[in-house]
Design a binder for this molecule. Structure first.
Ligand code: NCD
Length: 326
């Protein structure tokens, strides 16, 4: 049995044992939910708990999947999606707002445009008597640990019967500089053996040095290229990301020839038969919708996996995994 889980702030805190356990809990919860009796039993698991969804940055999938994960487990939910309608507009500090949420609920899931706020909320919780777990659902361009967890689950399932993630070559393409999903996923790679990473991006959107330094420290092999076609046939997975143009200062993402960092039917022909294409979504033009019908395109499955991995995360945080059917 692995250690307890409380706050979820940075992917770095996850070890292999915990990752494997979360994947197993995801599978078990999912299997239970297939039958009506199992689904009802799941709804009892956390029926005494409530969650606050504090999402002050745009979100469709992460918000809806957390919201529905809570409901699958019988949890009540409250939400703030616009700071303009919370007391922050009256000048209430962030710390006081978070402390207020914690008075009413048992867990706070938060997404903010600012980096570091989830960590700050967790540090605040550790100082006050009513300490509730904080889950980082995206902290600016910095981290998105729960996305990385569902990506790990999707990768592991894609390579079932082929030894899982260990030994695989994973390409990451697009806006690697500002894409928090790929940053977080890179941080989990230290838990797998002999993984090779291939970064495919324009030089101005290359992976930042902080992540490259961590990869080097953990002796994770990575290479960088601007030419997708040169590496496509080496890949077991291609993780595509969109240009994070909302962070543009002077329209820098518009200067990129996105066609070079996109995938369509022609690129799919170069991809191996057993490889998969992932994307955290939402997508822009970087994946041609014609790719959706290819069985190697797993991004819609990945999206659905997100809800079930978040179910598993809540089960683990509240320590009720022993009550799942095995
Ligand atoms: C990602 C995000 O918000 O970082 N979306 C998501 O959570 N699935 C990816 C993105 O916005 O590009």
């Amino acid at each position: 049995m692995s250690s307890e889980l409380f706050h979820v702030i940075e992917p770095r805190a996850f070890n292999r044992e915990l990752l494997d356990e979360l994947c197993d809990i995801t599978d078990r919860a999912r299997a239970m939910a297939k039958e009506r009796d199992g689904a009802i039993a799941l709804q009892q698991l956390l029926a005494d708990k409530r969650a606050m969804l504090y999402f002050t940055q745009a979100s469709t999938r992460t918000f809806l999947s957390f919201n529905n994960a809570c409901h699958i487990l019988g949890m009540g939910t409250s939400e703030i999606r616009d700071p303009a309608i919370s007391s922050e507009i009256k000048g209430e500090s962030f710390d006081d707002s978070i402390r207020t949420f914690s008075s009413y609920v048992d867990v706070i899931v938060m997404r903010t445009p600012e980096r570091g706020l989830a960590g700050r909320a967790a540090a605040l919780m550790d100082r006050i008597p009513r300490r509730v777990p904080i889950i980082n659902a995206g902290s600016g361009p910095d981290q998105h640990p729960t996305q990385a967890l569902l990506d790990i689950y999707t990768l592991e399932h894609s390579f079932i019967g082929r030894g899982g993630i260990d030994g695989k070559t994973i390409g990451m393409m697009g806006d690697l500089r500002r894409g928090r999903t790929v940053r977080s996923l890179c941080q989990l790679m230290k838990n797998y053996h002999d993984v090779k990473l291939v970064f495919i991006s324009p030089p101005s959107f290359a992976m930042r040095n902080d992540i490259k330094k961590q990869l080097a420290q953990h002796k994770i092999d990575f290479t960088e290229t601007q030419t997708l076609d040169d590496v496509l046939s080496d890949l077991d997975a291609l993780y595509v990301t969109r240009m994070q143009s909302e962070w543009d200062v002077d329209g820098e993402s518009l200067k990129i020839n996105l066609g070079e960092f996109s995938i369509g039917p022609a690129e799919m022909q170069l991809l191996r038969e057993d490889a998969v294409v992932m994307h955290p979504l939402p997508r822009g033009p970087e994946i041609d919708p014609a790719v959706d019908d290819d069985s190697r395109a797993v991004y819609w499955r990945q999206e659905r996996n997100g809800m079930w991995m978040r179910v598993a995360l809540l089960i683990k945080i509240f320590g009720v995994e022993a009550q799942l059917a095995s």
